[in-house]
Design a protein around this ligand. Sequence first.
Ligand code: ADP
Length: 761
Amino acid sequence: MQRLRASKARWHRSAIGGGTWGAALALLVTVALQAAGAAGSAGTTALPTLTTIQKVRSLKPDQAMRRYPVRVKAVVTYFDPVAPDMFLQDASGAVWVKWSPGLPKPSIGSVVELEGVTTFSDFAPDIGNPRWTVVGRAPMPAPKRVTYEQMASTSEDSQWVEVEGIVRQAEYLHRSGNERVLWMDLAIAGGRIDLAIPWDGTPTPTRLVDARIRVNGVCGAEFSAKDQLVGVQLYVPSLDNISILEPAEPYPFNEPTTPVGRLQRYGFHSSIGHRVKLAGQVTASLPGQGFYMADDSGSLYVASRQGIALSPGDRIETLGFIGLADSHVRLEDAVTRKTGDGPEPPAKSITVEQAMSGEYDSELVALRGSVVGAGSFRRNETLLVQQKQAVFSISLPPTMKELPAEGSLVEASGICVNDVDALGRVNAVRLVARSPRDLKVLRTPSWLTARYAANVVGLLAAAIAVVMAWVLVLRRRVSYQTRVISQKLEQEENLKKAAEMASRAKSEFVANMSHEIRTPMNAILGFTDLLLGTPIDNDQEDYLKTIQFSSQALLRILNDILDFEKIEAGGLRLESAPFSIRNCAEIALQVIEPEAARKGLAISLRVEKGVPDAVRGDPHRLHQVLLNLLGNALKFTERGSIVLTVGLRERTASDAEFQFTVADTGIGIPPEAQNRIFESFQQVDGSTTRKYGGTGLGLAICTRLVHLFSGAIWVESEVGAGSKFRFTAWFHLDNRSEGPPFEKESGTREDSSATCLLSSG
Ligand code: ADP
């Protein structure tokens, strides 16, 4: 079918005539035409009429396109309305005529007087717009005996020629509708040509296959879509133009069988030999293309379009022509018949080295190796397999779903195909597997392949690089942060030193100032006392008492500030003197007694059982704490009682921890203020100062003093029900003597206590 694609013979003008006679004639015609052209340009447009086919064929393309009138007398050598193809030949040459449906159909052998114009379709001059009258009949021109080379050179295009050869195939091919053409493949000396014969309605002349024939027809050529010459074609008007020189064997399958091995031993195989008969077993079937077969003497490929269903193991007889393709001897255009079934033939296990010897070409073999690669080629998956140092490929059928992984050890059976160079040397080995069953995976690859290891190492290296980079970045950040932190610490240290210096300076200033103020204050108080002892009237006494009250309040504040600053600055050292706990508590109570009596409050002291009395420590500071708490109790209690309790919490051989509680029935302290009041300058709320006076320093001083006693201070209170201030204090037990009873020291603290009581009043 493919071979009939080109419907018309075309060729190169330079090839026309083929000889010196033709060239001389062409020159003459060209000169005549140029003369005619010159005449036309001088005033007449008439082109000379061409009266021989040779004149038409001699035109150059642009000349042919000028539509020279043509009038020739010639015989019709070929007509096929389907292509459509019409050829004429006269004594000077032959030409293709552009016939189109609507024109009468000429009959072959008619002599016509044909008129038309020159034209140039494709690349040869032709005759277009044909009109003709049949003037008689003539025998066909004497055919020219031509060789394959002459035909292939296109020098005989459109000529009535004669060739001899052996028919390889004959078959009717459908073209359009009912139109068919008998196509024959003819092997002639030097090559193969196609015969195209319009259908005469008879059955396929299969008797012609393998017959040696002589045939007459119009020589043409086949062109590809790119106008490249792809074959030689002979347009044969009818089967009558074929004469059988040697008929084919009437019963070819009865002929003796040729051993396969003998075919393969031929060095050169003529393409015009007759068919041979082979018999053997199918080793592989390639549906639509052919099959591989083997007999005892060898194996080979049988190309066939017959479409017979065969499977490995089938016993067959086949008739075909010996051919060569890629340096491989094969049987072509084969007709095969199945003569029996058989078990699938075993594949011979060989090495790649053996396969490379060429000895196993086309044989069913088995090869082993490990997979080194895979790819796809012409829809077939191809595996690259390595056996020792040699590599071979396996063509897998398209039905193969999953390919073995790289590194797998596989055994494949199939047809061994040697890739052979022009000198017959084997370049490569390809194994054609027939079905997925032909590939067996013997061992899957170890997970630790070189590639895997390389990948892992690569990944590790990348990870290490990233980590290193990260560590580097971190180190930089850390050293930067360390620098920043040490700078800040340095700054803070400087600030702290500065703050401490400022604080010390402030404390010194405050202490100095307080001291400086206290001296004149004492003078004011002293002289006020003296003045109160002189005769004065009532108003004057009132004024003096106000002065005395205000001065005492001021002095108390000064004393508090001085104490606080002294403790804060770490300048307060506790003394260690023997004293009585009970005595110290009693004295504190005595101080508030007058004011309590005035307010109608009951005061009492409770010393729990087992509380040791003789201790060694600082009685004045204990007195100060007790007096502060009792003073506050007195200040914030309007009715009820104030009770001072002394208890023992813990005792060792040398020391004891005492717990003192000052309980009142006063206004109480809200829970949210209970912690805050122990801080300096903190009171329950802003109204306290207005109503009760005070600086908010008393409890802060108590807290610090209690800490010096290694104790703690806290409050339990309920608003409206009263408060219990408790603190603990460690003192050395003084077992040697009871020591001197504690007496109130005349000095700042006593003054401050007294002032406190006075201010409450
Ligand atoms: P000051 O009494 O000079 O204001 P303190 O530090 O001694 O300073 O007391 C702080 C505050 O604690 C007082 O202002 C008062 O609001 C509250 N407070 C102290 N003791 C009592 C108490 N026994 N009852 C009620 N409130 C008290």
